[in-house]
Write a protein that binds this ligand. Structure first.
Ligand code: BG6
Length: 505
């Protein structure tokens, strides 16, 4: 990556070259100097998803997407019929669709170098398989990306963040059907053509490994879980791998210099004890996630999957040429979300939420108000694990603390817990960089309060910017800076060096 080469060649780095003491140390001198602190050009910023922020759910020709029918978050099943009078959180969300200029001005004030959002597929192809794209939807993202660039932020674009057009989900059971590949390929082609001069950083599917954990959310699978679920989930995964490879190919051909990553949910689980069965099964649990990045980054199916499929009775339909396509079009970088860790006991039921695995408690960790264990060291651990495995550049695409915020009588929002969470995770990231991990950016999840994907709440807040709206949809939508706003601004301005928390008052 250009920015990575730049920082390695920088003057500051050269002055830190380790001295050669003995002849046999010369080999050591050829190694790159230890990276202390974050590289120059590190991409600091924030991340949202279109469906959780934009609102305007039926504006300007948009179709319904899979997030539009759920009063309590998109993992809670499938309901194609909208009930009159029912409150649907994504329909207005925080109205980012109409207020993005004001919001991006605040992001610029914090010094963002990058802003991650998604293109809602159903704004461009309302039914997913329409003959022509919707010009008004295209124009909206044109204007949005221009505004980001004007404000000094690189757009980082997710092509699919839990926003499959609902019509495709109902017609094909989402990614289970191979015909969806063509629909997605066309969508990608249209986006690359339209935004090739504005967007250089892309990623394909948000948290693709959630296809096995939250299949409705990640793969648009409307048919409920049953004995055939593994068959359908792995079939969907294969179809998405082919679609991912086609997107990588098109991106590289159409946008010289662009980088396109894969994106996974990689919060992890530790063995609950040192009992070998716990350790072994926890490792296998991790393989369920890494299976996805193994295919997309190494370009081949890992050997461990054969036995897994045999045990599950899974037979994935593939077509001639699929393997070659996947092998020749691997992703440029690994993006991932990291929120928490859990622990696993052999034999326990596997459960997940949007933060990752929900296992047994870890007595060494505190939890957030929503019960997510807080584990900064886990972030360093995961970075090392992943860099050792792939040696590809990595991007922390989501990390954050969802908690309740209150406005004090003086109008301030003292979100100390959020600042502490941020501080500790940046320290851990700094350690990972010093460990040698090649990390080129960090986007805090939800720099402005948005709708929770898991539960549909507004009051599970991640933002540095407060939005006046409650869980029932009441509020003025007014934006207000929290204390963490100035803190993150300082962190970015110092390139992650100044992490001192403000004195409490
Ligand atoms: C990630 C998703 O899994 O977790 C986001 O990519 C989501 O869309 C985030 O918002 C946090 O989860 P939640 O349920 O607190 O919104």
């Amino acid at each position: 990556f250009a920015i990575l080469h730049d920082y390695r060649a920088s003057d500051t780095m050269q002055t830190r070259k380790p001295p050669c003491r003995r002849k046999q140390d010369e080999r050591m001198c050829l190694m790159k100097p230890l990276q202390k602190g974050f590289p120059e050009g590190f991409l600091w910023g924030g991340a949202i998803a279109a469906n959780q922020a934009e609102g305007a759910y039926d504006a300007d020709g948009k179709g319904l997407d899979i997030s539009d029918g759920f009063p309590h978050g998109i993992k809670h099943g499938y309901d194609p019929e909208l009930v009159p009078g029912q409150f649907y959180p994504t329909h207005e969300a925080i109205d980012f669709y109409h207020r993005y200029k004001e919001d991006l001005a605040l992001m610029q004030e914090m010094g963002f170098k990058v802003f991650r959002t998604s293109i809602n597929w159903s704004r461009i192809f309302p039914n997913g398989d329409d003959a022509m794209p919707n010009e008004k939807g295209l124009q909206y993202y044109d204007d949005l990306f221009d505004e980001m660039l004007r404000r000094g932020m690189q757009p980082l674009v997710t092509l699919s963040h839990y926003e499959m057009p609902l019509a495709l989900a109902t017609k094909y059971n989402g990614w289970v059907d191979r015909r969806v590949i063509d629909c997605f390929a066309k969508f990608c082609h249209v986006c690359f053509e339209r935004y090739k001069d504005q967007v250089k950083y892309w990623m394909t599917f948000n948290e693709i490994n959630n296809t096995l954990k939250l299949p409705y959310l990640a793969a648009g699978m409307v048919v409920a879980d049953d004995a055939n679920a593994p068959q359908r989930q792995y079939q969907a995964a294969h179809n998405m791998f082919v679609a991912n490879a086609l997107a990588v190919k098109a991106c590289h051909e159409m946008i010289p210099g662009a980088k396109i990553g894969c994106m996974l949910s990689l919060s992890t689980a530790y063995p609950n004890t040192c009992r070998p069965e716990d350790v072994m099964e926890t490792y296998q649990l991790r393989q369920r996630s890494l299976f996805f990045s193994d295919v997309m980054l190494r370009g081949r199916y890992p050997s461990y999957i054969d036995r897994k499929w045999e045990e599950l009775g899974v037979q994935v339909q593939m077509e001639p040429g699929d393997f070659e396509l996947i092998a020749q079009n691997t992703n440029d970088y690994l993006a991932f979300s990291y929120y928490m860790t859990s622990t696993h006991i052999a034999g326990m039921k596997i459960r997940s939420n949007t933060g990752g695995h929900v296992g047994a408690d870890n007595p060494y960790l505190e939890k957030s108000k929503w019960g997510w264990p807080i584990d900064p060291v886990g972030l360093r651990f995961v970075c090392n694990e992943l860099y050792d495995r792939y040696q590809k550049p990595m991007f922390i695409a989501e990390n954050g603390l969802g908690t309740a915020d209150t406005i004090d009588s003086d109008g301030r929002i003292r979100d100390t817990a959020r600042m502490e969470y941020l501080k500790k995770h940046i320290e851990a990231l700094q350690q990972a960089v010093a460990d040698g991990c090649d990390i080129f950016g960090y986007t805090w999840w939800g720099p402005i309060d948005i709708v929770s994907a898991g539960t549909g709440e507004m009051e599970k807040r991640y933002g540095f910017i407060y939005v006046d709206k409650d869980n029932q949809g009441n509020g003025t939508l007014q934006r207000r800076k929290k204390d963490s706003f100035e803190y993150y601004k300082k962190v970015i301005a110092s390139n992650g060096q100044d992490l001192e928390l403000p004195a409490e008052d």
